[in-house]
Design a protein around this ligand. Structure first.
Ligand code: PR8
Length: 474
């Protein structure tokens, strides 16, 4: 039996909407556009993702702080490109005549950097590396979509300040490694792309994005890293005394990790037609035990199941589903939907043999294990499941990418819900023509590896400068 009539690869949208509600991830019925209610499983996973990321940020010397929710119109307007990019997307608090209007943060550059100006005096104060995990608010004009495009955005943002451009460059690399590590732990696959200039963050010198694959072919930008150069530093008057006593303007970076989009990627990349398939590290329930009662032996079976639960609870988040008003078949269905990595079945035979039957949620394979080997087996399976999810997702991503030599081929690839790799001259007119004709965007060139063009731009036929990826996007 499947979670809904819709299949993941055939009708992604209905599959996803059914699943997030039934698996108690989010309820999208709150009657204000773009605002979600995170139910117990969604809230749990979000917190776990946050914990994973914050651990990595702490290990690399980032300091956690909390900044205000609002900025003023004056502060918001200081960096010209930034205000151009965000002015149509902000929520404003109008306090009435004579009072200044407040802007709710769509991101926190204009809130943090005035404070950085106060804090930074000399090279000894650098590098400065701070972060916060908060909600930011964007009055998205594009159609909203649960988790993928929301107006209340749960995220982590980190902001850094450095003495030299090469320090800032190194910081971009460190941020990339941090995000790679966290996404790997979650089994998520993505392309790391340097965005074309026309698509960089408002106020940045350049932007790098993590585009995760999605079953409907629309890539999901789960995180971005921006090298800000000195654009914001100049606008906000950041200065420091150098070692030689002269004054300098520092270099900045900022990077953001969208928790709701990462949650969407976990659901979309790993889930199947039975429901969620959760990576062990963030699963609210890691092991579920389902007793299969047999007439006359109920007591022994429940006692044995309780013993197994006691054993496994020491290491894993374990639930014994001992509800008596529903059948084991209904429990299987229910837990397949919720996605715990491991299910354990205990019936009369298992009790008699001192064993259990283990079933993996990712492959649905079942094996029998003796009780004295159970802890080791579960540990081994948890690792195997985590690596399998990552491998499977990587293979899928690679299979979604195809080279295209002309516009018709790009159209076919995108229609097929895949990602096209093309050669491009770099001109914005070609990018615009492409967008109009194929309804997909140039997402950028690989940042983590070098791909050199060999031929001509697939749009204008002139010599190509870049190998870029084209996809539809959320
Ligand atoms: C910055 N400033 O702001 P960014 N729904 C869900 N997730 C979203 C949405 C949305 N409407 N908008 C953005 N995100 C920089 C970096 C401080 C931090 C998520 O960058 O505008 C996306 O995952 O690129 C996006 O990559 C991330 O926030 C950062 O947003």
């Amino acid at each position: 039996m499947s979670v809904s009539a819709a299949k993941k690869f055939e009708n992604f949208s209905s599959w996803f909407d059914d699943l997030i509600l039934k698996a108690r991830i989010v309820d999208n019925r709150f009657p204000v556009k773009g605002f979600l209610v995170y139910m117990e499983n969604g809230a749990y996973i979000l917190d776990e993702i946050r914990r994973l990321l914050e651990n990595e940020l702490e290990k690399t010397g980032h300091k956690k702080m909390y900044f205000p929710l609002v900025t003023s119109e004056e502060l918001f307007g200081k960096e010209a490109e930034h205000i151009k990019g965000f002015s149509k997307e902000v929520f404003v608090i109008d306090q009435g005549p004579g009072e200044q209007r407040l802007i709710i943060r769509p991101t926190s550059e204009t809130i943090m950097y005035p404070m950085f100006k106060i804090w930074i005096r000399s090279h000894a104060d650098l590098p400065l590396k701070v972060y916060q995990s908060v909600n930011v608010y964007r009055c998205e004009t594009k159609a909203t979509r649960a988790l993928y495009r929301v107006r209340e955005i749960p995220w982590n943002e980190a902001h850094t300040v450095h003495e030299t451009p090469s320090d800032a460059e190194r910081q971009v690399k460190e941020a990339m490694e941090i995000y790679q590590k966290v996404l790997k732990a979650l089994g998520i696959s993505y392309l790391i792309l340097k965005r074309p200039d026309f698509d960089k963050f408002a106020g940045a010198v350049y932007s790098i994005a993590f585009d995760a694959w999605n079953p409907d072919g629309k890539v999901n930008q789960v995180a971005t890293i921006h090298n800000l150069g000195r654009n914001f530093a100049k606008a906000y008057g950041l200065e420091f005394e150098k070692k030689d006593g002269s004054r300098g303007i520092p270099y900045q970076t900022c990077y953001g990790f969208g928790f709701s989009r990462v949650l969407a990627a976990i659901i979309a990349q790993h889930g199947d037609d039975h429901g969620l398939v959760l990576p062990p590290i963030i699963a609210p329930t890691q092991v579920v035990i389902i007793p299969i009662p047999f007439k006359g032996q109920e007591k022994q079976i429940y006692e044995y199941a309780a013993k197994v639960k006691e054993m496994l609870s020491q290491k894993w988040r374990t639930v014994l589903d001992d509800r008596e008003d529903i059948t084991p078949g209904e429990k299987f269905y229910h837990w397949e939907l919720l996605g715990p990595p491991i299910r354990i079945e205990i019936g009369p035979r298992e009790v008699a043999e001192s064993s259990v039957t283990i079933s993996r949620r990712d492959t649905l394979e079942r094996t029998k294990v003796q009780l004295d080997k159970l802890t080791d087996k579960v540990a081994e399976l948890m690792d195997a499941i985590a690596s399998n999810l990552l491998e499977r997702s990587r293979r899928m991503m690679m299979s979604l990418i195809s080279d295209a030599k002309d516009i018709d081929e790009i159209k076919r690839i995108l229609k097929d819900r895949r990602i096209a790799r093309i050669e491009w001259c770099g001109k914005i007119e070609c990018a615009e023509k492409l967008r109009d004709e194929v309804k997909g965007e140039i997402r950028g060139e690989r940042y983590d590896i070098a791909e050199m063009p060999e031929g001509n731009c697939v749009i204008c036929g002139e010599k190509a400068k870049y190998v870029v990826y084209v996809a539809r996007a959320y």
